[in-house]
Structures are given as C-alpha cells and as structure tokens.
Design a protein around this ligand. Structure first.
Ligand code: HEC
Length: 226
C-alpha cells in the first residue's frame, strides 16, 4: 500500500509539472513581447571575449557601413532613416548629402542597396569578388579607407549574416573564391518540394498539457475503489 501511495504521489507530481510547464511555455512569448525594452538599434554590438573574424567584422560594419546600409543590412530604407534624429532624416538636403553638399561633404546616391537578406549581393559571383569590391569602393564617401584586414572581417560578417559562411572560420584570399555569393543563374525546372506542403506540428505546450491531462486521468482511473 505504502508503495502504491508513493507511486501515485510521483505520478501526480509529474502530471502537475507537465501541466504547469505547458501553461508556462504558452505564456512565455507574451512575457517576452511585453516586458522587454526595445534595444537601441544604433548601439555598438558587443564584442565577445574570443571574437571571430566575423565578430570583428560586425564592429567594422557598425562603424563604417551601418549608417548607410542599415542596422540589419536592409539598406537606407525609410524605416531605417526613422532611427536617425529628426533633423538628419532628410539625407538629401542641400548642404548635407544633396546636390550641393558642404565643403568636405559628399553627394549621396538616392538608393543605397541592402547587403543582408535574400536576393542581396547578387552582383557578386563569389566572396573574393565581393571583398575586392568592398575594398576598392566602400565606404562610399571614403573608398579604400579600410585596411586589408578590416575588409576581410567585414566581408566575413556579411557572409555570416547571409548564411553563406560558418561563423567561426577564417575567410582568406585562398578560400574566398570558392564561396559562392550570387545564386547560380542556371535555374533548374522548379520541382514541387515537399517542404511547401503545409504540415502542422502541434506546439510543445499543447503536447505537454495533453500529456499532463492523460496522466491525471490514468491516476483517477487507477484509484482503488473503496
Ligand atoms: C555613405 C554611404 C555608404 C557607406 C558608409 C557604405 N556604403 Fe556600401 N554602398 C553605398 C552605395 C550608394 C552603394 C551603391 C553603389 C552603386 O550601386 O554603385 C553601395 C553598395 C555597396 C555594396 C554592393 C551592393 C549591391 O548589391 O549592389 C556593398 C557590398 C557595400 N556597399 C558594402 C559596404 C560595406 C561593407 C561598407 C562598410 C565598410 C559600406 N558599404 C559602406 C553607400 C555606402
């Protein structure tokens, strides 16, 4: 009898734990959405203790590229310009980066392309070409001002952000020519892929709640009739 009681206690505890876990999981996205302060999008990224080449590149990007190409590599979009102070939002004012810039200023093209995300960087067949382009022409207002090393770093960063390069590895003159950047032009006849068939996987919290419920039910049924 003693044993049976202990067993029941164990099962009840597990059941309750599962139920609670399910409920908590269900609520966690809400908590994350409401309570968190919005991060400062223009803040300098933190450098990890043992930074990789791409981590260093994130610093270069922040310092030399972000003001034009956006905090997420989205390019100078209307939405990104809103993060600027009010008076700096019209970049093409005369005197700023318009037709007649300040004496040491420069005229900015109207379109600044995105560099991170699907469909970007399509003029570059491989990472070596991309790197050479950045080295020779960027940052736009002061081309060729990055060092060789900084250019490799920022290229590694862009590749990493575009899922083209594993985070920890070192991009070099030798391996970069082999890393394809633009999608190959010869596209095979599109095949209906299995992944386009929508498949519904029940969320974890639902599974947990149901598991908890079943356990409780079992206990209830197994209770000795007295
Ligand atoms: C002052 C604004 C400005 C800054 C700063 C700047 N860029 Fe650019 N970038 C541009 C403009 C404008 C173009 C489009 C040039 C063109 O099409 O001829 C461009 C184009 C590019 C392209 C080619 C994108 C494509 O698909 O056409 C890459 C890659 C790039 N920039 C990377 C960088 C990197 C890396 C940095 C930082 C080291 C940087 N840029 C800094 C303005 C800027």
């Amino acid at each position: 009898m003693q044993r049976r009681f202990l067993f029941l206690l164990l099962v009840v505890t597990i059941g309750i734990a599962l139920l609670l876990a399910g409920l908590f999981l269900d609520m966690s996205p809400v908590v994350a959405q409401s309570g968190m302060p919005t991060p400062d999008r223009l803040a300098q990224p933190t450098l990890p203790v043992d930074p990789s080449q791409a981590d260093q590149g994130a610093q270069v990007y922040w310092l030399s590229c972000l003001p034009c190409h956006g905090d997420r590599g989205q390019g100078l979009t209307e939405e990104f310009k809103k993060t600027y102070p009010e008076e700096d939002q019209n970049c093409w004012n005369s005197g700023c980066h318009g037709e007649r810039p300040y004496e040491s200023g420069f005229t900015l093209p109207k379109v600044i392309p995105p560099v991170i995300g699907t469909g970007t960087l399509q003029k570059f067949p491989n990472a070596l070409v991309l790197r050479s382009y950045i080295f020779a022409t960027m940052p736009w207002w002061r081309p060729a001002s990055l060092t060789e090393e900084e250019t490799w770093q920022v290229t590694a960063f862009l590749l990493r952000e575009n899922n083209l390069w594993p985070a920890g590895e070192e991009l070099t003159e030798t391996n970069s020519a082999m890393i394809l950047v633009a999608a190959p032009t010869a596209v095979a006849t599109p095949q209906p892929s299995l992944s386009t068939v929508p498949s519904w996987t029940p969320p974890l919290f639902l599974i947990l709640i149901i598991a908890g419920f079943i356990l409780m039910l079992l206990i209830f049924l197994r209770r000795p009739k007295s």
